[in-house]
Write a protein that binds this ligand. Structure first.
Ligand SMILES: Cc1cc2nc3c(=O)[nH]c(=O)nc-3n(C[C@H](O)[C@H](O)[C@H](O)COP(=O)(O)OP(=O)(O)OC[C@H]3O[C@@H](n4cnc5c(N)ncnc54)[C@H](O)[C@@H]3O)c2cc1C
Length: 578
């Protein structure tokens, strides 16, 4: 390793590498890449910009509200000063804020509004995710080719299916077997059972709307831990539903409770936190990436480290920022970017539309624990035939609860004394709600790029976002609300309220695209193995690689593609081809 406090001369070792593999990012995709490389015997360095974290020592995990300064709420001054972007996304509270970056210290430029949610710790957003895990279907990989939007995927569902089979048992996904073409089954642990109201809604929707299904949410929770989980110290989900704070049981999957410990136990892992990778280094003599340059965000020290293969997993926009900053005489606009496509086709999911209402009856029924997953309604539009005035489709997530003092509006009711306490022991009427994620069309004009002069405090050029939704998304979003209202009304719910809030791109925290996979090096960045078309030992396996986005939550697909790419890289390394 070469260390320096000033910008280092780009003198790279070419024969004796510091490591076999460098993985940039330790979150959902980076953690999995590390596990795979380490288990295959490669000395692997994982570099992550985030602060260190230790599984089992999650700061606020067991804190009751009365031990929090504002009972878990964040002070508005703190939001204004430090979390003015993060707070507009999902999941940020006084309990969880330390997992999110400080917006003041980590600026970016919004040419058009874009909510960029970023994590602050090793493990990335895998520590704070919502754990919803669904396979893509056949149609998802064929959509670009069929309707002509975006770049045709160089793989199909059947290429990835064995890799879903491979990662799911390790992660632990609870789910029911449904035999649906639009939502393929996987290797499941027992599902979280639907409660009485969810069962009623299921019966109504499936009767009144033939072809629609209401199924238990598929979530990365250990409903029945297997030997593979227990060996890592992971245990059964306790249905506490405090997942956003971290889980010492490892009841839900995160890179910190799953992939990183698996990598560590091989003895092949080196993990460096506070390491902001700024550049992938290119050696024009070999035509390969030789390593990376990173800055220690605490000491300011710059280090160059070399390896035989580089995996980029810094979360979509983070990865793009590094790749675009990796310039050389050979690649003035970013490593491997002769096509000029790097940074284009940024996508996520549209959201903010759905409906909720009050369910009459069932007042004799309640539930035990806080179920960390409700229902899922798989995509039902534009499957066999074109139905709406828009392309592609959406799915719903939601569930039924009875509000108590700790949820819904009741937490805000003022009161004091015995009668107030007694009243609050009685749960309210059942409520049911669903909201949707919809597929965004790939569009070359939706892009990110580096600011020409502005840099962050460590010298990294700021990312500029230039992403907007079009008419297709607007029309779909309206149908996401209307279809939800129809289903809830047909199920006999009262006070049904539809929602169709405008949400800026990025809000769903499912950012994808920018280094798309494709057949043709002229219009895509990666080939069918997540490998740079031009720099053979450079791989991108986070969301940046995606050529379209389906309408299901993406993380399980990031991990399946990552495992597949490591397997391929292993074969290529062994064959001396990269
Ligand atoms: C509240 C919330 C709920 C979510 N719910 C779901 C859900 O239900 N289902 C689902 O599928 N997805 C969900 N997501 C999204 C999911 O978390 C992401 O899709 C996933 O974590 C992305 O994986 P990744 O590896 O690309 O990035 P991350 O997991 O974010 O990991 C990227 C890592 O790279 C590091 N990094 C970034 N830049 C650099 C750099 N320059 N140098 C070094 N390291 C760097 C970061 O510190 C981070 O640790 C949710 C996210 C949030 C925040």
């Amino acid at each position: 390793m070469t260390k320096s406090k000033i910008t280092p001369p780009l003198m790279i070792k070419t024969k004796n590498y510091d490591f076999d593999a460098i993985v940039v990012g330790s979150g959902m995709s980076g953690g999995y890449a590390a596990k795979e490389f380490c288990e295959k015997g490669y000395k692997t360095l994982v570099l992550d910009r985030g602060k260190p974290i230790e599984h089992g020592k999650y700061e606020t995990e067991f804190k009751p509200p009365w031990e929090m300064e504002f009972r878990g709420q964040m002070h508005r001054d703190e939001i204004k000063e430090n979390y003015f972007i993060q707070k507009k996304g999902h999941g940020v509270s006084d309990y969880t804020k330390h997992y999110y970056i400080n917006d003041q210290e980590n600026p970016y430029v919004q040419e058009k509004p874009y909510l960029w949610t970023r994590s602050s710790k090793v493990g990335g957003k895998s520590v704070i995710w919502g754990r919803q895990s669904y396979r893509w279907n056949k149609m998802d990989f064929e959509a670009n080719k069929k309707d002509g939007h975006g770049i045709d995927w160089p793989i199909r569902y059947d290429d990835l299916a064995p890799w879903y089979d491979y990662v799911e048992p390790f992660i632990g996904i609870s789910g029911s077997y449904e035999n649906l073409e639009e939502l393929p089954d996987g290797q499941f642990l027992p599902p979280l059972p639907l409660n009485v109201v969810e069962r009623q809604i299921k019966a109504s929707v499936e009767t009144n709307f033939p072809g629609r299904k209401v199924i238990p949410a598929r979530v990365a929770h250990l409903t029945e831990p297997q030997a593979i989980h227990i060996a890592l110290g992971r245990g059964q989900c306790q249905s506490r539903n405090e997942c956003g704070r971290g889980c010492s049981w490892g009841g839900y999957y995160s890179s910190v409770s799953g992939a990183l410990p698996a990598a560590k136990r091989t003895g092949n892992l080196t993990l460096t936190a506070n390491a902001q990778v700024q550049e992938v280094l290119y050696d024009s003599k070999t035509g390969k990436a030789s390593g990376v340059r990173y800055v220690d965000t605490v000491s300011g020290e710059t280090t160059i480290v070399t390896a035989r293969v580089i995996f980029m997993c810094a979360s979509t926009l983070g990865t793009l920022q590094i790749l675009m900053n990796s310039t050389s005489d050979s690649y003035p606009s970013g490593i491997g970017n002769t096509s000029g496509v790097l940074g284009h086709y940024i996508m996520d999911h549209i959201e903010g539309s759905g409906a909720r209402g009050t369910v009459p009856g069932h007042l004799e029924s309640y539930y035990q624990g806080r179920k960390p997953g409700g229902v899922y309604i798989p995509r039902f539009k534009n499957i066999k035939e074109q139905q709406g005035d828009y392309l592609r489709g959406f799915g719903y997530q939601g569930g039924a609860t009875r509000p108590t003092r700790t949820n819904a509006g009741r937490a805000k009711q003022a009161g004091i004394g015995k009668s107030f306490k007694e009243e609050n022991r009685i749960p309210g009427n059942w409520q049911f709600g669903i909201w949707s994620f919809g597929e965004v069309l790939p569009n070359f004009n939706n892009r990110v790029f580096l600011h020409a002069s502005k840099k962050d405090q460590w010298g990294m050029p700021l990312l500029v976002t230039d992403v907007a939704y079009g008419q297709n998304e607007e029309k779909m979003k309206k149908d996401m609300m209307d279809s939800a209202v129809d289903m809830l009304k047909a199920a006999g719910l009262k006070n049904v309220q539809g929602t169709n809030k405008p949400m800026p791109p990025g809000r769903s925290i499912h950012e994808m695209g920018g280094a798309c996979m494709g057949h043709d090096p002229k219009n895509s960045y990666l080939n069918q193995w997540n490998q740079s078309h031009e720099v053979s030992n450079l791989f991108v396996t986070d969301g940046a690689a995606f050529s379209s986005v389906s309408c299901v939550n993406p993380s399980i697909t990031f991990m399946a593609l990552t495992a597949r790419a490591v397997d391929y890289a292993d074969q290529q390394l062994k064959a001396g081809a990269i």
